[in-house]
Design a protein around this ligand. Structure first.
Ligand code: NAI
Length: 285
């Protein structure tokens, strides 16, 4: 059963759901013709996922925040004070995907956006020749299978719902610079993200006619718990000029791009991948 850790929290100072404008967290007014749009964000408890929840809530979305963790999500809810429902579970558990989509429908009766953000790294960085099947399968289970089949569940629901109301519908996959750039010390992660990139293109073409935008965001070196264990190495890389913009990426950098995609600001594009890496992977010589 879906576990609703907390019920929805009414956004501070928010006008009625049915009025034509929504007041975001930062107090700005966002046009919202057909009622507030609804998004699902996976891996929402922290890092990039959490920033996506905040950015989408600011844009007027009601959000189902999904994560395998629980406690931090409660904190997220309290901190946001936004219209967020929390669902706990493992995105690699395909049998639970229906529940994630149903949570959006049960709460708000629609689904307009899925952000496939939940992801895991290699269990241990090291020689490609030492990659274990266990670590390979874990990466594939979360980063590839989870993304593919949750996209499928969301796409079915969005197609059923139809395009009425004028709200842009989207599926946004957070992959990685490693969808294209090789890091030999975590081959299984690269493979899983590359496959997720293909998933983006496949769904983008399948859903283009229905007007559902499917996009990919490729973050570079972003300051989160995921990169904390290798912080010194990345500090040195950045100090040495490896990132032309000369700084770490922030979760909010990625979330700003996700928000633009969810709001339909990439018109007449199909399966577009936006790299958010401060120039890390720009070929140079
Ligand atoms: P993080 O490790 O800080 O947070 C990931 C969140 O996803 C956590 O809350 C975790 O509980 C959740 N999660 C992990 N596996 C899950 C599962 N099976 N089911 C449900 N929730 C799960 O990671 P971060 O840095 O925020 O990464 C988010 C996404 O961005 C990931 O897909 C990652 O691969 C990708 N990314 C991150 C980069 C970085 O430098 N931090 C660079 C490139 C891509």
């Amino acid at each position: 059963m879906t576990q609703f850790i907390e019920d929805r929290v009414v956004m501070r100072g928010s006008p009625s759901l049915l009025v034509g404008f929504h007041k975001g967290l930062n107090g700005t007014m966002t046009a919202n013709v057909a009622g507030r749009p609804v998004a699902i964000v996976t891996g929402a408890a922290r890092g990039i996922g959490r920033a996506c929840v905040v950015a989408l809530a600011e844009a007027g979305f009601q959000v189902v925040a999904h994560d395998r963790e629980g406690e931090e999500e409660r904190e997220l809810l309290r901190a946001l004070g936004a219209e967020v429902r929390v669902v706990q579970g493992d995105v690699a558990d395909l049998g639970r995907h229906g529940e994630i989509v149903d949570a959006a429908i049960a709460a708000w009766g629609r689904l307009d956006c899925l952000v496939n953000n939940a992801g895991v790294g290699a269990m241990r960085r090291g020689d490609l020749l030492d990659v274990t099947p266990e670590s390979f399968d874990r990466c594939m289970g979360v980063n590839t299978r989870g993304v593919f089949f949750l996209s499928q569940a969301a796409a079915r629901r969005m197609l059923e719902q139809g395009g009425g109301g004028g709200q842009h519908r989207s599926i946004i996959n957070i992959t990685s610079s490693n969808a294209a750039a090789v890091s030999v010390s975590r081959g299984e992660y690269c493979v899983s993200k590359c496959a997720s990139s293909m998933t983006t293109t496949l769904f983008a073409v399948r859903l283009a006619e229905a007007g559902i935008g499917v996009y990919e965001v490729r973050p570079g070196i972003i300051e989160t718990d995921m990169t904390r264990p290798v912080k010194e190495r990345y500090d040195a890389l950045i100090a040495g000029g490896g990132v032309p913009m000369g700084r770490w990426g922030k979760p909010e950098d990625v979330a700003a791009v996700v928000r633009a995609m969810a709001e339909g600001k990439l018109p007449y594009t199909v399966g577009e991948a936006v790299t958010v890496d401060g120039g890390l992977t720009v070929p140079r010589f």
